[in-house]
Write a protein that binds this ligand. Structure first.
Ligand code: BES
Ligand code: MN
Ligand code: ZN
Length: 495
């Protein structure tokens, strides 16, 4: 997709479709007024006919409007003017893109000129790019017949001339986030027989080469040397060898402590010996979406050349049932020295993350954020809109919540109270790997907190937000926008 910033009147543009907004009550925006004047009130006539009333997300497409150079005009409903905010703006852009007729290759948006409280032109341009890229994303499906190439390839965003620089910056920013989101979606959508731990390691190396990151991909022997008994316990049931991926983007001052992102990379989660039920088990290929969001965020900050030091740590393996697999009752010794009684082999995410969290200590990070499709309980608690956020430091939690709001990729703050910790008590080891059904996403976070005592730490449970089920099955690329925005805001602060 090609995005450009333009100035001028809508009736004079020669593209396949110009898109203008109408508020509820048939209230024309400035651009819609221009078209109305040029077309001898053709727009007003459509509104009067009752075909379009300005209701939020309603669309109507007109062809060959006299006095208008473009072949089509799309009117899109903006809803009540007093309620028009960033959220509505994003919805409207999405509705317009979805309603574009198949033959449209070039479209001009006259929506970013509309005033929105608290959103400047840069934000509006960035959001438009992100929504268009998200809406037009195509799965790289593995089908004998190749997908037809996209027709829509050119998007122009119209703004006031005085705002050109801001808008250009917005497009750049939005594109960087979008390519990160697309990468996270692609990796999530790949089948688990292709997207293996080895494959993820190769993708990390490819990114490193492209953006100049430092990269290490540790193999099993090196993971053994580190003493990651918990991570290796999960990996031992699979014929796919595990990998520990370490990426470093070092664009901040030498003295600046890095932010570490730790992503769960279970490339397939069968549950292990505590086997999952069969229904929808294919979706457990998405159990590496935490890892995918780390790689996607690195792609985004690589594109931006963001002035920050960041480390990405990805423990990745499969969770399989096997004669050699771990079983309930086994006790593993983690890299930290703490021992873990396995009561359920399906609670494997925490087992690979705990060793990665211990490994993160060597970077003396200013903060560590882990991202994981960790618990079904989080989906029950919060549904599919927010990611679950847990932290041992309120200031860090608030930074992440604010970043989520800004990026329209929200999280919800969950408790990490001491009272929950005793659910992990074990008679045979330092802790059990599960804490019962009550507050399942919280006790999972409590488990991780025991390995994150040496730094400010937050945990994002993305089990409900990383992919969609049903007809629209596919990765969402979340929480790449949240994480990237968090790093961008941090980079501004440390400057
Ligand atoms: N990967 C799953 C969590 C999950 C489940 C994500 C459903 C998305 C949808 C995780 O490894 C898991 O199996 N968790 C168990 C933990 C339980 C055994 C304590 C769960 O949530 O059932
Ligand atoms: Mn599991
Ligand atoms: Zn899992």
């Amino acid at each position: 997709m090609e995005f450009s910033i333009k100035n001028g009147n809508p009736e004079k543009q020669r593209v396949d479709c110009v898109i203008v907004g109408v508020f509820e009550g048939r209230k024309l925006t400035e651009a819609a007024k221009c078209l109305d004047e040029a077309s001898n009130k053709a727009i007003s006539a459509v509104l009067k006919s009752g075909d379009m009333d300005g209701k939020l997300n309603a669309t109507v497409t007109l062809h060959q409007v006299s006095g208008v150079a473009s072949a089509r005009v799309m009117l899109v409903g903006l809803g009540k003017q007093a309620e028009f905010a960033e959220r509505q703006y994003r919805q409207v852009v999405r509705a317009a893109v979805k309603a574009l007729p198949k033959g449209v290759a070039s479209a001009s948006f006259f929506l970013s000129e509309i005033a929105i409280k608290k959103a400047n032109t840069q934000t509006k341009a960035a959001q438009l790019v992100e929504v268009v890229m998200d809406t037009t994303y195509q799965v790289n499906a593995i089908k004998a017949k190749k997908a037809e190439p996209k027709v829509l390839t050119k998007i122009a965003i119209y703004v006031d001339k005085s705002e050109n620089t801001q808008a250009e910056a917005g497009v750049k920013h939005g594109l960087a986030i979008s390519v990160g989101v697309s990468l996270a979606k692609d990796l999530g959508n790949l089948p688990p027989n292709i997207c293996t731990p080895t494959y993820l390691g190769e993708q990390a190396k490819k990114l490193a080469k492209q953006y100049g990151f430092k990269v290490e991909v540790l193999d099993k022997a090196e993971i053994v040397k580190l003493g990651m008994g918990s991570f290796l316990g999960v990996a031992q049931g699979s014929v796919e060898p595990p990998r520990l991926i370490v990426l470093q983007h070092l664009k901040g001052k030498k003295s600046q402590k890095p932010v570490a992102l730790v992503g769960k990379g279970i490339t397939f989660d069968t549950g292990g010996i505590s086997l999952k039920p069969g229904a929808d088990m294919d979706e457990m290929k998405y159990d590496m979406c935490g890892a995918a969001s780390v790689l996607g965020t690195f792609k985004a900050i690589g594109e931006m050349g963001l002035a920050i030091n960041a480390v990405g740590i990805i423990p990745t393996c499969e969770n399989m049932p096997d004669a050699g697999a771990i079983k309930p009752g086994d006790i593993l010794t983690s890299m930290s020295g703490q021992t873990i009684e396995i009561l359920n082999t399906d609670a494997e995410g925490r087992l690979i993350l705990c060793d990665a969290l211990t490994y993160a200590e060597r970077f003396e990070p200013s903060a560590v954020v882990d991202i994981a499709t960790l618990t079904g309980a989080c989906v029950i608690a919060l549904g599919h809109h927010p990611s679950g956020l847990f932290s041992n430091k309120d200031a860090l939690a608030h930074e992440l919540l604010a970043a989520g709001e800004m990026a329209h990729d929200r999280a919800w703050h969950m408790p990490l109270w001491e009272e929950f910790q005793s659910q992990l008590d074990s008679n045979f080891a330092d802790m059990a790997n599960i804490g019962g059904r009550a507050g399942g996403s919280i006790t999972a976070a409590c488990f991780l907190s025991r390995y994150a005592k040496k730094y400010d730490w937050a945990h994002l449970d993305i089990a409900g937000t990383a992919w969609k089920s049903g007809k629209e099955k596919g990765g969402t690329g979340r929480p790449v926008p949240l994480l990237t925005t968090f790093l961008v805001q941090r980079a501004l602060k440390v400057k």
